[in-house]
Design a binder for this molecule. Structure first.
Ligand code: GDP
Ligand code: MN
Length: 389
């Protein structure tokens, strides 16, 4: 689950990590009010969306007076921000963070995340702060320093100091950085984070470290342990179809192709997406209805797939194990009747009660293309895409 910068910074504060003074505003007037309460002569107005790269896209403005804060907030609120992380459709700004501006001596990057290959958290630091860290990683990976955390002994002070030296700091500043990083790691573990990044982490004119930006993503599987954090979810930032799917415990992720797919099991779903690609088409989504789906879940899944206007055809690929083929067929037939489906539907069924399932589909009077095996499903997709062009 992604958090907004202002939410992440509130959590930072609780864990003793310094952040600029500020508050979130939902209107230009409110932004002005917040600014007039801050004791500073320079303010930052920052768009709050679930994506980075706001600075370059015009979503971060530095101004001098509360009047200018009001004007800048008025400009940013309602803006459709397109950054390298939002995708071409962009994100509408609904709130802005108003902060006292910091005096920057140096911008750094620090992050804590899980190294999936080594099965442990890794702390990363780079002197190339304020830039797209993805680009630094691509072009000059030697400029990103890493310290892995042994889960049994935790993050040690020497590791933080070592990172400080690698960034070019003296012993005094390296110890300061180590203390900062130790708090960040505590927070990371304490909230069950999946990713925690500060870009830029700033060294101020007074030689203190302060988190100028904050990106925090929580591990969805840990949310049940943090009900107060789970409440921070902002569904207005999420894809509406994904929000709808999550209500029914469906693992649905929207993609940008035009072949909708409904599959049971994540592995089969991946294989199916590969097969769609190999056929020369592109999947409109990932959807795992789960091993134990019932007819109602299948119906909901089908409705969600069909409400994506980009979907030109649907491929249903089910291996009947716990989810029996006749249950699936019943769900699909009911959904197709209700939704007055006007697009081709290819179904490949195999496994428990497959004959009963096929019979339900054939007797329904609806126009399904039942495929015998993955190979035939692929051929049917090819002929459908050819009919588009
Ligand atoms: P992002 O572009 O979405 O990652 O947003 P950031 O929070 O990182 O802000 C983008 C850039 O704005 C930073 O890299 C800074 O250069 C600049 N910026 C943000 N806050 C301040 C501030 O308080 N003082 C100064 N001088 N620059 C700031
Ligand atoms: Mn940033």
């Amino acid at each position: 689950m992604k958090l907004h910068e202002f939410q992440a910074k509130a959590i930072f504060k609780e864990w003793g990590i310094p952040t600029p003074e500020g508050a979130v505003a939902f209107s230009a007037g409110e932004a002005r009010e917040i600014a007039s309460r801050l004791t500073t002569d320079r303010f930052v107005v920052k768009a709050q969306i679930h994506a980075g790269g706001r600075g370059k896209a015009g979503g971060v403005k530095i101004v001098a007076t509360p009047d200018e804060v009001e004007a800048a907030a008025g400009e940013i609120l309602g803006m459709n921000l397109v950054t390298h992380q939002t995708g071409p459709e962009g994100k509408e700004v609904q709130k802005v963070l108003i902060e006292a501006a910091s005096s920057i001596k140096q911008e750094l990057y620090v992050g804590v995340l899980i190294d999936r290959k080594l099965y442990r958290p890794v702390v990363m630091a780079s002197a190339e702060g304020g830039m797209e860290i993805e680009e630094v990683a691509r072009k000059s990976p030697e400029k990103i320093f890493k310290e892995w955390i042994d889960p049994l002994v935790g993050f040690r002070a020497f590791q933080g100091i070592k990172l400080g030296f690698k960034l070019g700091f003296d012993a005094r500043l390296s110890r300061k950085l180590a203390a900062f990083l130790a708090k960040l790691v505590k927070l990371f573990e304490g909230v069950d984070a999946a990713l925690c990044e500060i870009n830029p982490l700033v060294l101020t004119a007074e030689d203190t470290f302060i988190a100028l930006d904050a990106k925090l993503s929580l591990d969805d599987n840990g949310l049940s342990r943090h009900p107060n954090l789970a409440e921070l979810r902002d569904i207005t930032e999420e894809d509406p179809l994904e929000v709808e799917a999550s209500k029914y415990n469906l693992n649905y992720i929207k993609l940008d192709g035009n072949i909708g797919c409904m599959v049971n099991g994540a592995g089969l779903a991946m294989a199916t997406m590969d097969m769609i690609k190999l056929s020369g088409a592109s999947p409109a989504n990932f959807l795992d209805v789960g091993g134990g789906a019932n007819a109602e879940m299948v119906e909901n899944a089908f409705r969600i797939l069909m409400s994506d206007p980009k979907v030109k055809a649907v491929l249903i690929n089910i291996f009947g194990g716990i989810l029996r083929c006749d249950t699936l067929a019943t769900g699909v037939v009911e959904a197709a009747r209700k939704l007055h489906v006007d697009r081709p539907i290819i179904i490949r069924l195999e496994g428990t009660n497959v004959e009963e399932g096929r019979k339900i589909l054939n007797d329904s009077g609806l126009d399904f293309q039942v495929a015998d095996g993955m190979g035939e499903a692929s051929k049917k997709i090819v002929s459908i895409i050819q009919s588009f062009t």
